[in-house]
Ligand binder design. Structure first.
Ligand code: ADP
Ligand code: MG
Length: 329
């Protein structure tokens, strides 16, 4: 078996990186008798883009609210810039938070709202610059009550970007945005990253996290099901080949994992070899493989696997990977 390439995790464990921006240790949150977050530990490094993903009710919002300083842990410690997030005077000026719903006053104009944001953050910036960044220059004089859903979401984004904070929380930032507005938002986030901002994201759009996040914490029932880079998360699952065959075709040579009505699904840990076997068979038998698709596991496949396999402890360790790979042979 090929040696696993060194992941970020290895070097982090060796302490090569500076003090984390966010340091969560054995966080527990209980609502009455309900244990919503269980012994959760994770760190976010300066300049990192960290995505918190998970099933509904996994505990993402509870964790975010605690890290943002809006909620106290039942037990465990949370540090932001090395300080308690409840110490708002120390943490707030350095942090930009885009909530799911900001609740701007409907009677204010867009420009007035951005000014209010500026005052609340205590950071300095130019209102015009922020309006440009969120793409609402042409709506500067429009009242909040007259904005479309997508425009309101852009205005929410101003709370995250005003004054280029060091740490930015984005809670489902692109929900309700059209594709152009989404691209604009990610361009703006990219600029913030170039300035060195650390980003924490929650989203239901897995491909957004898959494309942009340095690391992903995949939550399920209050704890991490998996944590790691996208390759680390997808590596334990097989690649997939999908194709259709005409009803008159002879049986194909690969073990089938699923499919129906002449459509086949093959799972493989050796995509190149199995694809080669399949293509050679098709050629020799003069069979047309229609709708042929082959590729690595996607993040949504990792998501679907939640619940169908035992959760790993806090992080995905190398033993787990070897174990998973061994089982597949
Ligand atoms: N204020 C609350 N009181 C009681 N239960 C809550 C409260 N907030 C959240 N919960 C419960 O805690 C769990 C985690 O919720 P949440 O953090 O909102 O999950 P997520 O954001 O991942 O969907 C859910 O089962 C939810 O019903
Ligand atoms: Mg939530």
């Amino acid at each position: 078996m090929a040696a696993l390439p060194p992941g970020h995790g290895d070097s982090w464990n060796r302490g090569m990186f500076p003090t984390p921006v966010i340091d969560v240790e054995r966080l527990n949150l209980e609502y009455g008798g309900f244990h919503a977050v269980k012994d959760l530990s994770f760190q976010v490094r300066p300049g990192e883009f960290y995505a918190l993903l998970g099933t509904n009710g996994a505990g993402k919002t509870s964790v975010l609210e605690t890290v943002e300083g809006h909620r106290s842990p039942t037990s465990g410690t949370v540090r932001v810039f090395g300080q308690s997030p409840r110490d708002r005077r120390a943490v707030r000026p350095r942090t930009g938070i885009m909530l799911q719903e900001s609740g701007f006053s409907p009677d204010l104009t867009v420009k007035e709202s951005v000014r209010v944001i500026g005052r609340l953050t205590g950071r300095t910036d130019s209102v015009e610059r922020v309006l440009g960044l969120i793409g609402l220059v042409h709506k500067a004089g429009t009242k909040v009550s007259q904005l479309s859903g997508g425009e309101k979401r852009r205005l929410d984004f101003a709370t995250a970007v005003y004054g280029t904070p060091e740490l930015i929380f984005l809670d489902e930032p692109t929900t309700g945005l059209d594709i152009q507005a989404r691209d604009d938002l990610w361009d703006a986030v990219e600029k913030l990253r170039e300035e060195g901002s650390t980003i924490v994201l929650t989203t239901h759009y897995l491909e957004e996290a898959q494309q942009r996040a340095d690391r992903i914490g995949l939550m399920h029932e209050g704890t991490f099901h998996r944590e790691g880079t996208v390759p680390e998360l997808t590596r334990t699952l097989p690649s997939v080949i999908r194709f259709s065959l005409p009803s008159c075709a002879p049986p194909h040579p690969l073990p089938t994992a699923g499919g129906h009505d002449g459509t086949f699904l093959v799972e493989t840990f050796d995509l190149q070899r199995d694809l080669h076997v399949l293509l050679r068979w098709a050629e020799e038998n003069a069979v047309d493989l229609t709708e042929l698709e082959a590729g690595p596991t996607r993040l949504d496949d990792v998501f679907r696997s939640i619940g169908s396999e035992p959760a790993t402890p806090a992080t995905l360790r190398e033993e787990d990977l070897h174990h998973a790979l061994d089982r597949s042979q």
